[in-house]
Design a protein. Sequence first.
Length: 91
Amino acid sequence: MSLQHLKPQALANAEVRVEYERLENEFAFIDQLLSMRAQAGLTQEQLAKRMYTQKSNISRLERGNANPSWTTLLKYAHVCGFELNLTPQRI
């Protein structure tokens, strides 16, 4: 079964849907990181070298298995040619 078919079935379960929605912002942030690196045309290895870190650290960050500092996130964005800023949430 493909992910495209599995996702609607999984989200039909209320508990799964609640957890998915809870993690939605984290997934979106990770997607943004991956998009920045892709637009910069960098591999994880190249990015790591430019950040003076290990590829495994970049991999953990992009999988959401890290708790990066603001400085690390700024450096990641800068190396990819982006600025990182926070904007107020609209309620």
